[in-house]
Design a binder for this molecule. Structure first.
Ligand code: FE2
Length: 285
């Protein structure tokens, strides 16, 4: 069995987005900090309402999918299709922007802690202009797989650790998602370790958001994305405090990426079209 090694670390950078929400961006902090098919990974985490109250008022997207995963606090999603979503702890929101979504994501609290993630997953050229879709997965429908020394919540994909130990949800139509994502929220107890099967050929990364973890003897710094090389398994171990991390894997698309803010296409002409469509009020049509 071929173990994946740690190839590169992308430290998260403090930034702000929306109407001034403070967050940390690892993937997507520059055009060189991506891991096909993943375009961006943001973590928002604050006890200070001034860091998140402004939220993300109406804004567009085209050409990719967003996955929002909440740990603490509440956000409300509204979009041009009339969907509303109440995003609380443990909830997964999956939005396929396709040809266009205009939506808002606003905090539903005026005090306390807000903590969660947003991941952008690219769409293949053939699907960038597909109709927009939106779905919420309630926290109690996100499978939890317990194993010796820890637990994995399966945000997307299917995880099989050993005979009789499998859990998973498929987001979208099984077999039709070109990127075939496996997204896990992983908890390891103090000094525990796990080998996770990851489809060979998928790109994979780990983002440690609490405590400490290591790949073989290489420590993955907190709030950084550790990018794996290829292989069949990703091995992770926790330090004396245990750790929590996102493990993200997906099939690379190998296509040109041209990004302008919330539009991610394959060519500059397609970006110009997206901007023109948005200005003319026909992004979502
Ligand atoms: Fe958005």
């Amino acid at each position: 069995m071929k173990m994946r090694t740690l190839q590169r670390v992308i430290e998260s950078q403090p930034t702000s987005d929306g109407a001034g929400v403070k967050l940390r961006r690892s993937l997507g902090s520059s055009a060189f900090a991506r891991l096909d098919p993943f375009l961006m990974l943001d973590e928002f985490f604050s006890d200070d309402p001034d860091d998140y109250l402004a939220g993300f008022p109406d804004h567009p997207h085209r050409g990719f999918e967003t996955v929002t995963y909440m740990l603490e606090g509440r956000m409300q999603h509204r979009d041009h299709l009339g969907n509303t979503g109440d995003l609380g702890p443990g909830v997964v929101q999956w939005m396929t922007a396709g040809r266009g979504v205009i939506h808002s994501e606003m905090p539903q609290q005026s005090e306390g802690r807000m903590r969660g993630f947003q991941l952008w997953i690219n769409l293949p050229a053939a699907e960038k202009m597909r109709p927009a879709e939106y779905r919420d997965i309630p926290a109690n429908l996100v499978p939890e797989l317990h194993f010796a020394g820890g637990m994995a919540r399966v945000i997307a994909g299917r995880l099989e650790l050993a005979a009789g130990h499998q859990a998973g949800v498929i987001n979208g139509q099984p077999g039709t998602m070109a990127t075939d994502p496996l997204l896990l929220d992983l908890r390891l107890d103090a000094n525990a370790a796990v080998d996770l099967p990851i489809p060979a050929g998928h790109n994979a990364l780990v983002y440690v958001y609490d405590g400490e973890m290591a790949v073989a003897d290489q420590r993955v710094p907190g709030r950084s994305a550790g990018l794996f090389g290829d292989g069949e398994f990703a091995g992770l171990s926790a330090g004396g405090l245990g750790g929590r991390a996102l493990l993200l894997a997906g099939r690379p698309l190998g296509e040109a990426v041209v990004q302008y803010g919330p539009f991610v296409m394959n060519t500059r002409e397609q970006i110009e079209q997206a901007v023109a469509d948005y200005r003319a009020g026909r992004l979502t049509m």
